[in-house]
Write a protein that binds this ligand. Structure first.
Ligand SMILES: [Zn+2]
Length: 111
């Protein structure tokens, strides 16, 4: 598996490891935190997250790269593209519903 170190906001400390999953999507595997019982807590970040460095008290934003998204889309087949489009539309609400003219009128009146 391809991977590379990911540095904190100051660039001085390694706070995790960037790994690419089977679909070419970059994920951030944070440096494991030791637990008193001797085991480790593993955290893997896929979406947006602010990562804190305890050593220099800086933060750095982790985000999925555009390259990773494009790479992911390249490998979609027609059925997946259709399903993705359908769900995107569903999450935006029914297409037949008009964008609430009443509330728009209220905003105009209030403004
Ligand atoms: Zn640091």
């Amino acid at each position: 598996m391809k991977s590379k170190p990911w540095l904190c906001g100051s660039g001085a400390h390694v706070v995790g490891l960037v790994v690419w999953n089977g679909n070419g999507v970059a994920q951030l595997a944070l440096t494991p935190d030791p637990i008193p019982d001797g085991s480790f807590a593993f955290t893997v970040v896929t979406g947006k997250a602010t990562i804190y460095c305890p050593e220099c008290q800086t933060t750095r934003l982790w985000d999925v790269s555009v390259e990773a998204l494009v790479e992911m889309f390249r490998h979609l087949d027609a059925g997946q593209v259709f399903e993705f489009s359908k769900r995107l539309l569903e999450s935006a609400g029914p297409p037949s519903r008009s964008p609430r003219p009443e509330s728009m009128d209220r905003e105009k009146a209030g403004g």
